[in-house]
Design a protein around this ligand. Structure first.
Ligand code: SF4
Ligand code: SF4
Ligand code: SF4
Length: 250
């Protein structure tokens, strides 16, 4: 008896495609998946990218919806998918484009595009402000292991969920030095969603919070602690990259 393969559409809005490249890092493991599910419209494999035209069991959306075309495309993807996955920080929380939110939008445009006209300059927003999102795989880029877990759960018909633990949990389980306490570095690990295996701390660099806030994040406590050794400017630099600057002065 033949079973129909699960179809997964892979779509990109505006982003660096680092999340899809991260998936390719799985190499053979990714190729093995192709025997079990059917990936469609994967731009890194195909010459041209298509507008969603068929029905997908799952659609992965990478990138941020920052042009009118992106928004139109996102709505089409939603229409053509049974389940939609926000894939990576750009789709999940708006991504590093948030930096634009804290400067004059037009100045930012001119800095990047100069006199060029006709490019949209919309506000940054996560995709769930525009369409319903069923699942999130966070990170900038995503953690390939979580992508694999997601696909295998889908194959087994099990529910996928990201465990809510701050980055500190993995950092300390792995025995990394706490750069916040030992070196007075800014680190957003205590308030950030873990699951990345504290990869930045492995190389002694503070966490920037690319996976978004963990549930019940104690932002005030962290800010109070950071204020002992850092200026507002230094703290802001970290909080604005992934769009949580407003929380500093709440
Ligand atoms: S989340 Fe990061 S790695 Fe993924 S597309 Fe956006 S900028 Fe690139
Ligand atoms: S280095 Fe950062 S992530 Fe690690 S324990 Fe310290 S505060 Fe938490
Ligand atoms: S340590 Fe922080 S910035 Fe680095 S990958 Fe994990 S969540 Fe993202």
């Amino acid at each position: 008896m033949s079973h129909k393969k699960i179809t997964i559409g892979m779509f990109s809005l505006t982003g660096c495609e680092g999340c899809y490249f991260a998936v390719l890092d799985l190499r053979e493991k990714f190729l093995e998946l192709k025997n079990k599910v059917e990936f469609k419209n994967f731009r890194l494999f195909e010459d041209t990218e298509h507008f969603p035209s068929e029905q997908y069991d799952y659609a992965f959306v990478e990138g941020s919806p920052i042009t009118k075309d992106n928004i139109k495309r996102l709505r089409q993807i939603r229409k053509h998918s049974d389940k939609l996955v926000a894939f990576g920080g750009c789709a999940h929380i708006g991504g590093i484009y948030h930096m634009k939110k804290y400067v004059d939008k037009d100045k930012a445009y001119n800095h990047v595009y100069g006199q060029e006209k006709g490019i949209d300059n919309l506000d940054v927003q996560p995709i769930d402000k525009i369409v319903r999102v069923d699942y999130v795989i966070p990170g900038c880029p995503v953690t390939p292991k979580e992508f694999l877990q997601f696909i295998y759960k889908v194959i087994l018909g099990a529910e996928f969920e990201i465990t809510q633990n701050p980055v500190c949990y993995e950092c300390q389980s792995k025995g990394y030095k706490c750069v916040l306490m030992a070196e007075n570095q800014v680190c957003l690990g205590p308030i950030s969603q873990g699951g990345c295996e504290a990869i930045c701390l492995k190389s002694g660099q503070g966490c920037w919070g690319c996976r978004g806030l963990v549930e019940d994040a104690e932002v005030d406590n962290l800010v109070k602690l950071l204020r002992k050794n850092h200026s507002n400017k230094e703290i802001t630099k970290f909080f604005e990259v992934f769009g949580v600057k407003e929380l500093i002065n709440k």
